[in-house]
Ligand binder design. Sequence first.
Ligand code: SAJ
Length: 401
Amino acid sequence: MKACFMGLGYIGLPTAIIAAKHGVDVIGVDINAKVVEKTNQGILHIIEPGMEEMLQEVIAAGKFKAYTTPQECDAYFMVVPTPFKGDHEPDVSYVEAATRAVLPLLKEGDLYVIESTSPVGTTEMMANIIFTERPELKDKIYIAYCPERVLPGNVIYELVHNDRVIGGMNPESTDKAIEFYSQFVQGQLHKTNSRTAEMCKLTENSSRDVQIAFANELSLICDKAGINVWELINLANKHPRVNILQPGCGVGGRCIAVDPYFITADYPAESKIIATARNINNYKSFWCAEKVKSTMLEYELKHSRKPVVAMMGLAFKPNIDDLRESPSKTIVGKVMQMCNNAEILIVEPNVEEHNTFKLTPYQEAYDKADIVVMLTAHDQFKTLPYDENKVILDFCGIYKK
Ligand code: SAJ
């Protein structure tokens, strides 16, 4: 079987490489010519441990080649971004463009799969486009939705070992897609229909967002009540049926802070908790920035001089260098705007240079600072002893009990 992956990003490229590694003849397609060129040279344009070696292996074995346009294959996978436009309305135009690009190549017996996170009904919508343009293919090709659910940084393991949900437009399509994925997935492949599979992906990330919002709400209550939220959650989680997540300075990344909007945009009247959770998690970043501001003012009043402030961590979660959609970055931006000439030291030990922020090594920043703001729980920060002489705003539980 020859497979064509449309989109060589954080998910498309690793999936294409792993399929090739398991014996599938793979064509990788990206509209960005630089990405295609780099990929064919064996250079990984994303950060993913172990993946570059595997890319070089599958290129050398003649199992993988990247192009800027799709080539004729037996199976086509849409793994392109689904961002949002306007007021958090999902934008499926990339999925549609990728679908239209493979349309002329489709033939009887082919498999067409969408992996991109998509609003409910997208697979049906694309099937409609396919059959309108190519009516002779009606009931002659297999169409399914199969969302990815891997954690960046652990993709090689998770792509192979995680269970997957596969929803076809009909049972034959589900079976055909399962046949393909079972070539490299060792986790269980669960059968359903396309709408349920689409909703399942949105549900997974919304569930996490709602649970994080609960923890963030607790952190606001505890701040007012004079309770250590980390100790509280730790104690509450001793109950055998309670499992509260950790508060932080907001929710970042491309998935958890985005996917819930795919539900709220289409079902606004019904998705009250999901919408409120989004608002709470967004509000938490705003609250953190305000807290830094008021702490700086208090310091200035007390000491008659402006404090030196260390902002610790720009990445959207611990121990990664990914700053996309990072709440810490937003908070740092807000604090810089309102800092009133105070010295702000910005720290991100996983990044060498940043185009907007001047970075300071973490130990130096910590030593110099009067106010230390812990934004991302990087391991390096956990080595810094709690200094009673500094004001420490620990938004991510570096010093949790
Ligand atoms: N966060 C908290 N408190 C917590 C856990 C996380 O504030 O207790 C914050 C993090 O700091 C970060 C954000 O949430 O800002 C998201 O981090 P994450 O590790 O929860 O998720 P992602 O975005 O790296 O990956 C998620 C995963 N989804 C789930 O765990 C349900 C991953 O499996 C998905 O494949 C991915 O989204 C995706 O592509 O959808």
